[in-house]
Structures are given as structure tokens and as C-alpha cells.
Design a protein around this ligand. Structure first.
Ligand SMILES: Nc1ncnc2c1ncn2[C@@H]1O[C@H](COP(=O)(O)OP(=O)(O)OP(=O)(O)O)[C@@H](O)[C@H]1O
Length: 300
């Protein structure tokens, strides 16, 4: 079942075409939405939530129409906006209980659910302190908790790693992966950094200037590339000697730092490499089929 589907979706603001004939169709899981600043990521999320009406085309979320059924969508979907929207003078517990009550839970269930959610996002110890004294990472977790507290099927996270240091980013990405895996909630997460979403997403949607560049499973981006990466013990002269030997044997070889990248020309390539290493008396450190990183796919 598609969790999000759009057909020729367009959004025109005065003087700006923010989304241009965007057609995507994605299944449940962790979906990364990647694009530079201004690519149209937040606009797409707002349309999917029914906060903005598109100027053309259609969109559906969990099989519900984004314009007609927006109230039903909001019951089933959580939203973590990009900008900070937190009241400084109340504690995380007070705020999240309030959000749970607004979503319709009775008082005692809201308190229980808020405590569980804050524990899941790693804010349990600090939950009674006023939000105003929280670090950026803690504030992001409160925003995440308010998106999760009503037990949604799908959450939209708009730039959740923004403003975090590398350790904070890693923690947030791990949390997103846990939400998708352990809790079984689908996630649409945006970032302008392809590399970080590549680590956690099952599927990537890449947009630029409001247009779709690619929508693909992450494994399809990173399929084995037909290149064998070989590393031998750390002496550049050895690496060069092996490179020369393999070239003489008819293989295409390219040095890449400590590695030799060898185009795989059939099963015999492995034997030629093994025999050449042995003949030259070299020590093999590793030999592996190389997978592309997504950024390499794009730079090519
Ligand atoms: N309410 C609005 N009125 C006019 N233009 C808008 C409005 N909202 C967004 N835009 C424009 O639409 C384009 C897409 O903006 P959007 O916020 O969706 O991009 P984004 O990919 O989320 O980028 P960022 O990460 O910087 O928020 C931009 O050119 C932006 O200036």
C-alpha cells in the first residue's frame, strides 16, 4: 500500500513555483526527502498535512485525500516542524500532556502516554525542567515527542537534525531509525544532507527546485557497482607494482588512495588478482565488491 502518493502536484506562490508536477509514490518505512534549501520540502509536507492547498495536482496520505480528508490525516499523522515552536516556561511533561489532551486522550491516559513518549525520545530524566533551559538537542526531542504522543501511523520530521552537533545528529538519526524499526511507525524525514538520510532511510525522494530528481529504494542507489576494491599492505610501491601487473593482465585499474579499484571483467578477475598478489609476495588487507555511496551516483 502507498503511504504517500502525489500526482503532478504543483504549488505556486506569488513569483515562485515551489512544487512543479511532482509525482511520487512511496511505501511504508523510513522515507528520506532530500533537497537543497528552497527545494520545496516544507511545502510538500504542509500540503500532505492539509495545511496548504496545492495549486494543481493531487496528493494522498495513508490512502486519504490531502485536501478533502485533512482532519482524518492529522489524526493519524504526527508533524515535527522545522522551526522551534516550544513554550519556554513549561516543562516537557506539561507540554506533552497538553498535546496529548488536545489530541483527545483523557487526563490519566495523556499523562501515561506523555511519560512513555518522553522516555522513548530520551528525555525522561529532565522531563520536569522548564523547556526554556533545554539544549537544542533536547528541544528537538520535545518536538519529536509532540509528534509521536497521539500514536500516529506516520510522522513528518522537517529537518530534525538542524542545529545539532555531530553527536546530537547521530543520536537523532538513531532515534529515527528506532521509530521506523522498533515502533513500526513510518517516517518522512527531510534534510538537505543526502549523506545523513542515506544512513537511515529505506527510500529516498530527491527534489530540486520543486521537481523530482529521483524516487528510489536506497538499496537500488547503492547496488554493487562491478568494481573490486583491493587493499594491500601499506606501501605505495607495492600498490603500484600490483596495479601494473593487473593492467598487463588486461584489467582496467585505477588507484584510489590506499586502494586499487579494478573493473570486474567476469569471475576470472578475482583469480587474476589473487594470483598476482601471491606472485608478487604481497599481503592482501582486503578485497571487496564496492558499493556506490549515493553522493557518488549523483556526482557521476
Ligand atoms: N508562504 C510562502 N509564500 C511565498 N513563497 C513561499 C512560501 N513558502 C515557501 N515559499 C517559497 O517556496 C520555495 C520552497 O520553499 P520550502 O520552504 O518548501 O523549501 P524547503 O526545501 O523546505 O527549504 P528550507 O529547508 O530552506 O525550508 C522557496 O522558494 C520559498 O521561498
Amino acid at each position: 500500500m502507498s503511504i504517500i502518493a502525489t500526482r503532478e502536484l504543483g504549488m505556486r506562490f506569488p513569483g515562485v513555483l515551489a512544487l512543479d508536477q511532482l509525482t511520487i509514490d512511496v511505501e511504508p518505512g523510513v522515507i528520506g526527502l532530500v533537497g537543497a534549501n528552497g527545494a520545496g520540502k516544507s511545502t510538500l509536507i504542509k500540503i500532505l498535512l492539509g495545511l496548504l492547498a496545492p495549486t494543481s495536482g493531487q496528493a494522498s496520505v495513508l490512502g486519504l485525500d490531502a485536501v478533502r480528508d485533512s482532519m482524518k490525516i492529522r489524526e493519524r499523522v504526527g508533524y515535527m516542524p522545522e522551526n522551534d515552536c516550544l513554550p519556554p516556561d513549561v516543562s516537557a511533561t506539561e507540554f506533552i500532556v497538553h498535546v496529548a489532551r488536545v489530541s483527545g486522550l483523557p487526563a490519566s491516559a495523556a499523562r501515561e502516554r506523555a511519560a512513555d513518549t518522553l522516555r522513548h525520545v530520551g528525555l525522561y530524566e529532565e522531563r520536569y525542567r522548564p523547556i526554556g533551559g533545554y539544549s537544542t538537542g533536547m528541544r528537538q526531542r520535545v518536538k519529536l515527542a509532540q509528534a509521536l504522543v497521539h500514536d500516529p501511523q506516520l510522522i513528518f520530521l522537517d529537518e530534525p537534525t538542524n542545529g545539532l552537533d555531530p553527536a546530537g545528529r547521530d543520536e537523532m538519526l538513531a532515534l529515527i531509525q528506532r521509530i521506523g524499526g522498533q515502533f513500526g511507525i513510518s517516517v518522512l524525514v527531510t534534510s538537505h544532507l543526502l549523506g545523513e538520510l542515506e544512513r537511515v532511510a529505506d527510500h529516498l525522494v530527491i527534489i530540486d527546485g520543486g521537481r523530482l530528481l529521483r524516487s528510489q529504494a536506497v538499496t537500488d542507489f547503492t547496488q554493487a557497482s562491478g568494481v573490486l576494491a583491493v587493499e594491500i599492505e601499506d606501501d605505495p610501491a607495492n600498490r603500484d607494482a600490483l596495479g601494473e601487473r593487473l593492467t598487463q593482465a588486461g584489467l582496467r585499474v585505477q588507484p584510489d588512495g590506499r586502494l586499487l579499484l579494478i573493473d570486474i571483467a567476469g569471475e576470472t578477475t578475482y583469480d587474476v588478482v589473487r594470483d598476482s598478489v601471491a606472485d608478487l609476495g604481497l599481503a592482501l588487507v582486503r578485497m571487496e565488491n564496492r558499493r556506490h555511496r549515493i553522493e557518488e551516483v549523483f556526482s557521476s
